[in-house]
Design a protein around this ligand. Sequence first.
Ligand code: ARG
Length: 568
Amino acid sequence: MIDEELTAWLRGCFQRAFPDVPEAAQAGRVVLSQRPEFGDFQCSDAMQLARPLRMAPRQIAQKAVEGASLPGVVAKVEIAGAGFINITLENAYIAERACNNGIPARGAGRTMVIDYSSPNVAKPMHIGHIRSTVIGCAIDRLHRAVGYRVVADNHIGDWGTQFGIIIKGYRAFVNQEALAKDATEELERVYVQSYAKAKEDPEWMEACRLETVKLQQGDPENRALWQEFIRLSCHSFDEIFDRLGVRFDTTRGESYYQDRLGPMVETLEKAGLAHESDGAMIVDLSEAGLDVAIVRKRDGGFNYTTTDLATVATREEDYHPDKIVYVTDDRQQLHFKQFFHISRLLKLVPDSCSLEHVWFGLMRLPEGTFSTRQGNVIKLAALLDEAHRRALEVVRRNHPDMPDAEADALAEKVGVGAVKYADLSQDPRTLITFTWDKALSLEGNSGPYLQYAYARIQSVLDKHRAQFPADRPEAAALRLEDPVERTLALQLAQFPAAVVRATETYRPCVLADYLYSLSQTYSSFYQRLPFLKAEDGVRESRIRLCRLVGDVLAKGLCLLGIEAPARM
Ligand code: ARG
């Protein structure tokens, strides 16, 4: 990647200029310039060296780059302002990098387990699960793209005391017709009703508890009901995953680990980490500033922490991952800190394995349609249907004569892409408000805008093929004579860096920002310069640039889990 190559070179320059100064060995970090008048890349490290070297930054910069050259790559090095080093690249080098901008295999030989989406059986996905699904899917794809072996595990909540409540409620209140229509919705209704009753009626509560005990002891009837709840729930989750283009390598729910929960608490006890308190087993982490984690309740039931400990141990045994990534909303931060801390104390994973909690804030959705009494519980299917409906309006407006089936398929891609992009283009940790106008806009930083940019490029390419069938733009030399062509090529060359940075920071928005800025540059390129009317040689070069932009947009959108239709 260009920034790394230049950094390695400049670092060498600093070391050669100041061989006896340890700080100089760290200097030379090069970043993309914010403004073209400062060259293509910039380094400001001379400022930091002023103190240890007791020299003026400008002089330091001067001395570092005196006589330095990188033939074929660097065209010009200038010292500016207080001591900035500005680097301008050779056009030929930019052109070569724009054409060969494959993603480096940074993760080759490494394994990541990613735990995302992970909704709960018999409850519809809430907004937290939706964001987890969309963000997790992008992180998953990004890691595969840089060469990781990825194990995507949907850790569904299919075990615990809530099942007694549902079983009891199901026997008493289920409406089969409603169940056939929308299983998760009906199961949730049953759960809510039974839960409310348990709160008021101690006998009902006790009966629910007994159902849970029966289930856990393997009672065939309760087991069968429980399995049916899982089947129905997974069926409706799958419908959503299909629409979102999400695929898991495995779906091991919490129940998969049930046999390991008791032994895990024993291990904790033997290690001196867990002790009894008020009938429950707890791990006191207050010295580490992490409060207390309950690992077995008074009634003998196990907790979320216990399950995650058993899960991480199993993942280590089965996959030997280099990292395990969990994607959930910010409300689970304490849980993950506690469970990571305990995992380290028990050495459930080797020190070389990193445990990462990628958390995000909740997204505010438009009032009304999508919220229920719980506030943030929204029906994802309804959200996607609404996106589809609105996208269909846009499609119909642009193509009144498109056949229905085609318009429908296109509307699904645009609508789902819009919802996903609205989520992915934001910093995951900020609180954002979703609005339809912004999500579906064809002008701003939106999914449809990028899809549209891609489709327009395809139509330019079609026209070119029709008019100049003998041209071979894929082999044309890039001519970067106009500044906008040069800027565009430099941006194309940055694609690998954007992908790697988005992957390493778990922030798909880095890639989204990159794609948006690339399409904006493309748009000025398109408006400023003739393509098909340009002279021979220039025309092929410009068409090649178009193709390269199209390829990067398609690849980038695909990494975000968004489709790029050829026509829009
Ligand atoms: N089922 C959990 C919930 O709905 C999310 C699980 C996240 N993964 C994990 N290993 N804890 O909140």
